[in-house]
Design a protein around this ligand. Structure first.
Ligand code: 3H9
Length: 708
């Protein structure tokens, strides 16, 4: 048949097996080969029904995403899957799709073109295209409402979350769940239906009758809220809604049009970049894919504060027994109460079963001593951010931990090598920097010290996956990748208010850019005392005569730590709703005038450029210094740790979108107006811009040089 599609026989049932690793994507030639196999089986007089399934880990993960960029760049012609799907549906013999792993995107569209679907108990189906900035482009928005009704179809196409086998059965998307051997179950099912008239999804009408307009209005409202700034979810809703008034063929034609509009958008390019960036992070030059990885069976966490508690939750959620240690019973009780409250909240919202909460709580051992630490495979330190304390803790755990135990610090700024110097095993010491709230944010920065072993890094990368995080390797410097870049970003936000922008205007401009919240709102949420403590730690490094933000320290001295004290950059009511704080605004103005800072009107475009270009310029310096391995790693950090808008692809991809020559020109303007100290362009950025290159081309060249 074809290298990637096999046709075999189980007596009167033909079996078509798609074998296109890693995920059976519908790359070039695959749909054609599937169609040829089905047609050949149909032409065989001895065949009564046909089963289609995937080899390996999944059914079909969708269209081949790598092809989209080539189509948009004009390197390949665009193609439609509609004739392929129509041919499956038109098959004279019943076609049973047997789903395991995932039937996603074009995979689910293929499954729905079959006459029946059976599914393995643990499998998922979904139309995740919106996560890539597109919509289902091969009849998904028309077939899904016909099988599952409008409410389910809108939910799946506009928000992209997959559903499990049970939900798919209840919705009418699949016909049977197979427990045990899927192929055997699919063949048994095929024997049952052989000879019966095969239902065609495109001709089903019953579920189309119930089209309450409220479904679409509610979905649009939800998309404006949870997918703010994104075009694809709204296009997906429109495409599904078309099925209320257009024929199947007309609906598909309009869907194809909307699909194309999305495909050629910058948002799609950015989201596809984000997809591959997330998968590139684990490829680390110099660390072979087969580097031995230690299994983390037991963990211990030191500190039950915000980060320690979140880290403890991460381990317990991943099924890893975890000890959490504090220095006083009161702190321990407080930490445990927050953990319990967190789980109870999930139970109340129906996201977690009570039994699962009990199981997770049972994995957590709270205590005041180091008892049991000798059995831990990883010890995660999450004590206050101070070098002296960290070194003391590391010396203590070094004395107790087994030789193979990884010693991880959750420090967000401090020198990993200096921390490691307190131990006799610097090769086992690294940073595991979670982002607050640690049980929610997906980012885990894995910070490599100069002695950290490949094995410790590989183990933490694997651990990140187990904890359902994205692990990104960072070099050792003050703030690593994320927080080092955050420094200039927050600095500019503060300079802008000193120069005359209001706190609300700065927050609003960045919110409108797509950030989950503005920079000063974020500082208020994190707690202004956190930065205050860090500034004190590093005060000796401040250079005399260099401009420093003036107001944050004053707010802290007044006990205004942000949301937790009700006042900070803004003021907060008991429901944490913010409003401008006239006293803070007056303090900013008075302080700025006293320092001789000229006050002026500043528009939103300048606010965004000052903050975002500061971020980008620092990112370029990190790349040049080798702190970040790839520009795309920086994007992954900002998308998963700082809620940078995914549809902009991350700060470095955004810079490429703006054009590095334009970025460079704007940096030069700022340099002239605000001085070279903060605005001299990173040498790498300058080199790339002057060479007509991009951060993406920099990554590609680096990968090629590393042989990847
Ligand atoms: C679509 O279908 C549009 C349609 O409407 C039709 C339009 C005409 N293509 O994630 P993993 C690669 S749009 C190409 O690490 P996991 C991935 O890059 C598509 N490559 O594994 C990685 O490569 P590498 C809609 C793909 O087990 C390797 O496979 N579908 C594709 O954690 C393993 O991936 C989606 O959006 C693809 N479609 O998760 C599904 N998918 O090893 C996207 C994966 O070189 N995929 N790769 O780094 C996923 O959600 C996950 O990959 C999946 C497996 C759950 C399938």
């Amino acid at each position: 048949m074809s290298e990637n599609v096999r046709l075999t026989r189980e007596k009167e049932i033909a079996v078509v097996t798609i074998d296109n690793p890693p995920v059976n994507a519908l790359g070039p030639g695959i749909p054609e080969a599937i169609q040829a196999a089905i047609e050949s089986a149909a032409a065989d007089a001895d065949v009564r029904a046909i089963v289609v399934m995937g080899a390996g880990r999944t059914f079909i993960a969708g269209a081949d995403i790598r092809e989209f960029g080539k189509i948009v760049r004009g390197e390949k012609p665009g193609r439609t899957l509609l004739p392929f799907l129509a041919a499956i549906e038109a098959c004279a013999k019943p076609v049973v799709m047997a789903i395991h792993g995932q039937a996603f995107g074009g995979g689910l569209e293929t499954a729905m073109a079959g006459h029946y679907r059976v599914i393995a108990a643990g499998a998922q189906v979904g139309q995740p295209e919106v996560k890539l900035g597109i919509i289902p482009g091969a009849s998904g928005t028309q077939r899904l409402p016909r099988l599952a009704g409008f409410a389910k179809a809108v939910e799946m196409c506009a928000f992209g979350e997959p559903i499990g086998a049970g939900e798919a059965l209840a919705a009418g998307i699949v016909d049977r769940i197979v427990e045990g051997d899927l192929l055997a179950g699919a063949i048994a099912f095929a024997r049952e239906i052989a000879g019966k008239e095969a239902p065609r999804t495109s001709r089903r009408e019953s579920k189309l009758r119930d089209h309450d307009p409220a479904i679409f209005a509610a979905a649009r409202a939800q998309a404006q809220k949870t997918k703010r700034g994104q075009a694809a979810p709204l296009a997906a809703i429109e495409a599904v809604e078309n099925a209320t008034r257009l024929s199947f063929e007309e609906g598909c034609a309009r869907e194809a049009q909307l699909f194309r509009e999305c495909l050629y958008s910058t948002q799609c390019k950015a989201l596809i970049h984000a997809f591959f960036a997330e998968r590139a992070v684990s490829k680390i030059p110099g660390i072979a894919a087969d580097t031995p990885v230690r299994e983390i069976r037991r963990a211990a966490v030191i500190g039950a504060g915000t980060m320690g508690g979140g880290t403890t939750l991460n381990y317990a959620n991943a099924g890893i027994p975890v000890i959490v240690k504090e220095t006083s019973q009161e702190a321990l009780d407080r930490g445990l109460a927050i953990i319990r409250k967190n789980y109870a909240g999930s139970v109340k919202k129906g996201r977690l079963a009570q039994a699962a909460m009990d199981e997770r709580m049972a994995r957590i051992t709270p205590q005041l001593s180091y008892a049991g630490f000798e059995d831990a495979d990883i010890i995660a330190e999450a004590v206050f951010e101070g070098m002296a304390l960290k070194k003391q803790v590391f010396a203590e755990i070094d004395a107790i931990a087994k030789p193979t135990c990884i010693l991880a610090s959750n420090t967000s700024y401090l020198d990993i090598d200096e921390i490691a110097s307190a131990t006799g095993r610097p090769e086992m010491v690294l940073g595991n920097h979670f982002f607050s709230p640690a049980n929610v944010m997906r980012l885990l920065e894995i910070v490599r010290g100069k002695a950290t072993s490949a094995e410790a890094i590989a183990t933490c990368m694997a651990l990140a996956r187990k904890l359902k995080k994205v692990g990104v390797l960072a070099g050792n410097c003050r703030g690593f990748i994320g927080n080092r870049m955050l420094g200039p970003y927050l600095r500019e936000a503060q300079f802008l208010v000193e120069e005359g922008a209001s706190v609300a205007a700065v927050n609003q401009a960045l919110y409108d850019f797509g950030m989950a919240m503005g920079p000063l709102a974020m500082s208020d949420l994190a707690g202004l005392d956190v930065g205050w403590r860090i500034r004190k730690e590093f005060r000796h490094l401040e250079r005399p005569g260099v401009r420093q933000p003036l107001v944050a320290d004053l707010l802290c001295e007044m006990g205004r730590f942000g949301q937790k004290t009700g006042r900070g950059w803004s003021q907060y009511d008991e429901n944490r709703a913010s409003s401008p704080d006239p006293e803070t605004e007056a303090l900013i103005e008075k302080t700025a005038r006293a320092a001789g800072i000229e006050r002026r009107d500043i528009d939103a475009a300048e606010i965004v450029d000052r903050c975002v270009l500061a971020l980008i310029n620092e990112g370029a310096k990190l790349l040049d210094e080798g702190i970040a391995l790839r520009a795309s790693d920086i994007d992954v950090v900002y998308l998963n740790g700082y809620a940078f808008p995914a549809w902009r692809g991350g700060p470095m991809f955004h810079a490429d979108t703006l054009g590095l020559d334009r970025v460079l020109a704007r940096l030069a303007e700022f340099e002239q107006r605000h001085g070279a100290e903060f605005w001299s362009p990173a040498p790498l950025l300058k080199r790339l811009a002057e060479g007509g290159k991009t951060f993406s081309s920099f990554d590609q060249e680096a990968a090629a040089a590393a042989g990847g």
